[in-house]
Design a protein around this ligand. Sequence first.
Ligand SMILES: Cc1cc2nc3c(=O)[nH]c(=O)nc-3n(C[C@H](O)[C@H](O)[C@H](O)COP(=O)(O)OP(=O)(O)OC[C@H]3O[C@@H](n4cnc5c(N)ncnc54)[C@H](O)[C@@H]3O)c2cc1C
Length: 393
Amino acid sequence: MLSGGPSYTRGVSRGPLLTPDVVVVGAGPVGLAIAWRCAQRGLRVVVRDPAPGSGASHVAAGMLAPVAEAYFGERELTGLLTESAARWPEFAAELEAATGVDIGYRTEGTLMVGLTADDLAEARRLWAYQQELGLPVTPLRPSQLREREPALAPRVRGGALAATDHQVDPRRLVPALRLAAERAGAVLVPEPVRNLAGVLAGVTVVAAGCGAAALTGLPVRPVKGQVLRLRAPDGGPPGFRHVIRGYADGEQVYLVPRQHGEVVVGATVEERSDVDVSAGAVLRLLRAAIELLPELAEYDLVETVAGLRPGTPDNAPILGPLPDRPNVLAATGHHRHGIVLTPVTADLITDLATGGATDDPLLAPFRPDRFHTGTGGRGVAGSEQSRKDEAWS
Ligand SMILES: Cc1cc2nc3c(=O)[nH]c(=O)nc-3n(C[C@H](O)[C@H](O)[C@H](O)COP(=O)(O)OP(=O)(O)OC[C@H]3O[C@@H](n4cnc5c(N)ncnc54)[C@H](O)[C@@H]3O)c2cc1C
């Protein structure tokens, strides 16, 4: 039972008021997926969160983009993104089968485009790097681009297809994960954890997004992102099917079409911790979006919103036991990639929670002790800013 916290009761079949095997702190996509997997393995699981799904996932676009987001200097992260994206088809199918919820998983792929010659030159440098890594990036001529997406502006100079970069709708994903976790036996307690010392459990998993820093001292910092949501005026699906990521007169923007008519336009990347929406950001995002896809000017602007990505000094997640507390597992710092990384994070952390492969080579680059200051690690939060030209999600 949780000391000083709410009493924990679960289904009659397994008995009430037992100390949970696992307490998961945070009911975002990461925490809920871990809770689901742990409960599937027969563990008694409690999830603590006063506002499930209210973190970064509420704002996120839901791009599953290991290819388009393979950036210079992030080779190990790219490997993890690729591994997790490969698990997504099965993960989505299993989740939809377990819950009956359509999570908006779509596989049309991603078009990466450049509006001007300068935009295209910049984009091509990145595509060349991605191809060097062996990632599937297929350059397209303007005519081939418009065959795939006739709604693209005639000015768009060129592009490339990342056919394996897919998308899911995070606002459907999170409720589905919650339902799946609860059906598997996990219990959600709508209260925060203020101090890990007050949690009694075999294993505590800290999956609290930006909230992890206060609980653990790990170098997780908020990285603000502003996003718009548009809606096709006739209530039908948007007039394009691919995720479109582009450079438009030096401005980066992405456009994520949902089947039910929504288009997510994002996103700013700001080293700030407020969630205010600024007129300038709305202007820049809309201008870039409409330059790439003129018909968006006719869409309704239905939402402007900002969220906080859980960023880390090296832009990679923090996964595994805290250096001085082996029973506390970190599953945080997913920054721009928490949606795509949900399946692999859930599998790795569940393995750790059940005493399985602690030496999984996938985990090695992402362990919390890489930041341990006492042993010559790389230091703490804020020591490195995320590079503006790398961030899209
Ligand atoms: C603008 C924007 C666009 C994005 N686009 C993408 C994208 O296209 N693809 C992608 O993969 N990722 C994207 N992301 C990143 C993604 O949203 C995050 O990486 C992901 O949500 C992290 O998941 P999480 O469960 O760790 O944290 P969160 O989603 O932030 O959830 C954390 C949860 O923990 C709870 N919590 C916090 N503190 C406590 C506490 N003390 N006790 C109990 N509960 C607590 C919160 O209430 C919250 O419910 C985007 C993010 C933003 C902001």
